[in-house]
Design a protein around this ligand. Structure first.
Ligand code: FES
Ligand code: FES
Length: 165
């Protein structure tokens, strides 16, 4: 199989790479573009740890060929922080103890970020539904959901913050 040249629009910039036509977007992001925030866990579309955004929608990059993504705006978890400054959503994950081993976190963040861009004030059920494709083996989901709810409504609307008032 011959390699082909591809240009991917990732995090607002064009990136060029030589790839095999059967390479996944996840492998190209990690191995060719050095964007290693997206994680491979199951590699078969089950866990959501590889979730990125394509045109604003959360997508499993382990099930997506890089070639399928060449017309799309791709965002990875690296797009969220501004230099050393975490996004509100990332900071909320830290503040609410929603990160333990951290392996699921990039995918959780990208699913939650896509939700909040579409629906800035989701209720708890909506958050749970949006994250239902992302598996966490460490925290349970309560703290992750709290972190997203707090980002949406920082004025003490999550039970974690209310309990500290
Ligand atoms: S690594 Fe892609 S869904 Fe699990
Ligand atoms: S924090 Fe470890 S898998 Fe979610």
């Amino acid at each position: 199989m011959e390699k082909i040249e591809i240009t991917l629009n990732v995090n607002g910039k064009p990136h060029h790479a030589m790839i095999y036509p059967n390479e996944t977007l996840l492998d190209v992001l990690r191995d060719k573009l050095d964007l290693t925030g997206s994680k491979e866990s199951c590699g078969e579309g089950v866990c959501g740890s590889c979730t990125i955004q394509m045109d604003g929608k959360p997508v499993r990059s382990c099930l997506t060929l890089a070639l399928e993504a060449k017309e799309s705006e791709i965002k990875t978890v690296e797009s969220l922080a501004n230099g050393d400054e975490l996004s509100d959503l990332q900071q909320s994950f830290v503040d609410h103890g929603a990160v333990q081993c951290g392996f699921c976190t990039p995918g959780m963040l990208m699913s939650a970020d896509a939700l909040l861009k579409n629906n800035p004030k989701p209720d708890e059920n909506t958050v749970r539904k949006a994250l239902s494709g992302n598996i966490c083996r460490c925290t349970g989901y309560a703290k992750i959901v709290e972190a997203v709810l707090h980002t949406a409504q920082p004025q003490g609307h999550c039970s974690d913050c209310r309990s500290k008032e």
